[in-house]
Design a protein around this ligand. Sequence first.
Ligand SMILES: *[C@@H]1O[C@H](CO)[C@@H](O)[C@H](O)[C@H]1NC(C)=O
Ligand SMILES: *[C@@H]1O[C@H](CO)[C@@H](O)[C@H](O)[C@H]1NC(C)=O
Ligand SMILES: *[C@@H]1O[C@H](CO)[C@@H](O)[C@H](O)[C@H]1NC(C)=O
Length: 398
Amino acid sequence: MFASSSIVVLSLLSFLAQVSAIPAAPKNTTLNAPRKIGKRCTGEIQSLSDVAAAEECTTIVIGGFTVPAGETFSLNPPDGAQVSLTGELTFGFKNWAGPLMEITGNDITFNGGGHDLNGQGTLYWDGQGISGGVTKPDPLLRINMGGTFSNVQVVNSPGRAVAIGGSSLTDTNPCTHHPAAGTAANSASGGKPAGANTDGFDVSANDVTITGCTVNNQDDCLAINKGTSITFSNNVCEGIGHGISIGSITSGVTVSGVTISGNTVTGTPSDRARLYYSVNGLRIKTDATATGSVVENVVYENNVVSGITEFGVLIDQSYPSTLGTPGTGVVIEASRSFAQNVSFEGTNTVSVASSAHAVEVNCGSTSSCTGTWNWSGLKASGGSGSTIKNAPVTGETL
Ligand SMILES: *[C@@H]1O[C@H](CO)[C@@H](O)[C@H](O)[C@H]1NC(C)=O
Ligand SMILES: *[C@@H]1O[C@H](CO)[C@@H](O)[C@H](O)[C@H]1NC(C)=O
Ligand SMILES: *[C@@H]1O[C@H](CO)[C@@H](O)[C@H](O)[C@H]1NC(C)=O
């Protein structure tokens, strides 16, 4: 317990340090939620039966309690509401689909006070994730709100931790942490890590900023499925994770304007002497069969990636196979590019284990990866070889 607590403190400190660095950019925090006018009152929530009355109020205080098994804690505060958490929320155990908690609304300020959302993942984990084994509630937290979500520790999610959805305008700073319990095997996982598909953040939304968080998990630290104007900055991704990922991209999807800046991807948690490895560092992956999709204007800036066992940087158009036969259907059927303008700015250092690949790019044709790919800000080292296929990469140090 001491070890996991110390990571929590670190992530809080980095979050606090981050606050003053966030520019006070004007935000459009109205999203697709219907407008909802609240009353000037304080609503207190100590159990799910308090929710309906409390969510009429523009100030909402949530105490610590156990959410009954098999029920979603669903909260829809009025526009502009201030919501605070004053204790730990624990979600009762049941094999069901979830989600365990969801919040919807416009211009909401949610302050978790550093408290936990505890999914009790250890009761579910069997090494098979959300598509196999026992049914696991997923995700633990769905954020469909505009505004700011901060200072929360998501602990031991049965499946994915936080899903950010809706065509929303959202600025969010949850800090996610999965203690190493999910990294060790258990009696049901056949020697594999017990936790699986415990994604830190899944994003399918516009105008999202995630900053100053620590994610210790067994899958993607960040997975962007679609959206525009997404910033992932100054986060730490650690444990046996899959790093920072765009994709996998399916058909008819746009990802535009992504900044991945100042993050650390490392296999070795800061508080533990034992060496773990992260599987991947920075990835963009598109389904080989995808059509009409585009990934454009992606900037990687000043990230540090180390201790990687498979790929430091992987841009691959052949998902679900890795470095297989890539698709070109995106270009042929929609005359748009798979990927346009992917750059490495500042200094990104990527170092990988000897058996790993530092950099692999696998584009279907030169017309499916286009524009400016200035990689002068990438310094990659280690590994057994790097290949760049059909992409106009310039300036990299491999
Ligand atoms: C804010 O976003 C909403 C939803 O996309 C949009 O309808 C509205 O026009 C935007 N407001 C401003 C001021 O940009
Ligand atoms: C890609 O970058 C070039 C400049 O390098 C710019 O002209 C072009 O508009 C960019 N593409 C997109 C989709 O923004
Ligand atoms: C790539 O970016 C670097 C750093 O910003 C710049 O100095 C260099 O001129 C760029 N290269 C090309 C080919 O645009």
